[in-house]
Design a protein around this ligand. Structure first.
Ligand code: AOF
Ligand code: ZN
Length: 336
């Protein structure tokens, strides 16, 4: 049987649910008899059925038609089946109960609640296991999930938007559109890719941003994280219109970020003003930096970023890509 072919299909199809499964990983499961796919299941929605469960439910409807008993089938799943009681029951229980006898796994689940224990339970129930099939591809399909569990820290990206003359915002609170519509739309998609968006009290006061994700595809909203000890009128500031908000009064960035090690949050996008952004860049906690630079100047009473190319490279960031976006330039830097 060409296992790579089925595994690749499971990986690719699982990615369709990246935005509705988040902050959970994307997972695919395919049940195969000889060379034929009997059913496929995906983890489509956060909090809902896991991939293996969807595949088993669909296959049950085909008993007596395409196969007679589950021991005729091989389960191919991208991630090690879970064995914990989370928002749903353990996939290992469902697999054992179904009578499946052969399971092929892409990567071990790095989540300490599962890691290796899922496989152990399956083996104890006399199920044959083959694992490590397209492991790297599975890891790549869940980059932030694997990063968080390996490093014990969410993946952190800082985004900044600046004018040609380095302006961040008007000092008088006048709302300024620094970059083009294309860049601003790109930021919406960027937000959809992260589990949380982090900002500071100054940005809330100066820009009154909603900081939610407005895109033309289905996505779970990111959690919002606010670092501020200021008191806000929650009617006046749009940031507070959504409910999933963590507020940290603490000023120690490492402590704040370490709060998320054991949470479901695998990635954080920082969209803040120069002061907080610089503190993060200097903290060593940031993994990548995205800069949108417009091609025109902004004049008047303004606040500047003061993040020079030198600062960026001195902090260990290397330019990974540079592209045009509308009338702006987008640069992505990675901290290796
Ligand atoms: C699987 N199959 O399709 C997924 C798995 O809160 P829960 O119950 O949804 O559990 C989420 C955790 O389960 C997640 O962090 C990861 O370890 C695993 N995801 N496991 O067997 C799936 N999505
Ligand atoms: Zn599961």
């Amino acid at each position: 049987m060409n296992l790579d072919k089925f595994m690749l299909r499971a990986i690719n199809e699982s990615k369709r649910f990246k935005f509705t499964a988040k902050p959970n990983p994307v997972v695919g499961a395919i049940l195969v008899k000889d060379k034929e796919i009997i059913s496929e299941g995906y983890h489509e929605f956060f909090g809902k059925n896991h991939a293996e469960i969807n595949a088993i439910i669909k296959a049950k409807k085909l008993i007596g038609k395409k196969f007679n008993t589950f021991d005729e089938l091989t389960l191919i799943c991208t991630l090690e089946p879970c064995c914990h009681h989370g928002k749903t029951g353990p996939c290992t229980d469902a697999i054992v109960e179904s009578g499946i006898k052969n399971v092929v796994i892409g990567a071990l689940d790095p989540n300490p609640k599962v890691s290796g224990k899922g496989i152990k339970i399956l083996k104890e129930n006399n199920i044959n296991i083959l694992h490590g099939v397209l492991e790297k591809e599975v890891e790549k399909s869940n980059e932030f999930f694997f990063f968080k569990h390996k490093t014990k820290k969410p993946y952190i990206t800082v985004k900044i938007a600046r004018s040609l003359n380095d302006v961040s915002y008007y000092a008088n609170g006048f709302p300024a559109k620094i970059t083009s519509k294309e860049s601003r739309n790109d930021v919406q998609t960027l937000r959809a890719n992260y589990d949380a968006i982090l900002t500071g009290g100054n940005t809330i006061k100066n820009d009154n941003p909603r900081m939610n994700t407005r895109v033309d595809f289905a996505t779970n909203q990111s959690k919002k994280i606010l670092l501020s000890s200021k008191k806000f009128d929650k009617e006046k500031y749009k940031f507070f219109y959504d409910s999933d908000i963590d507020i940290h009064l603490n000023k120690n960035l490492k402590d704040i970020i370490s709060c998320y090690t054991k949470s479901e949050i695998n990635s954080i996008l920082i969209e803040a003003g120069p002061k907080l952004t610089n503190s993060f860049l200097e903290s060593g906690l940031v993994d990548s930096l995205i800069i949108y630079s417009s091609s025109s100047n902004i004049n008047g009473e303004t606040v500047k970023w003061k993040i020079s190319k030198n600062t960026i490279s001195n902090l260990g960031f290397k330019l990974e890509s540079r592209s045009d976006i509308g009338s702006d330039i987008k640069e992505i830097y990675k901290n290796e």
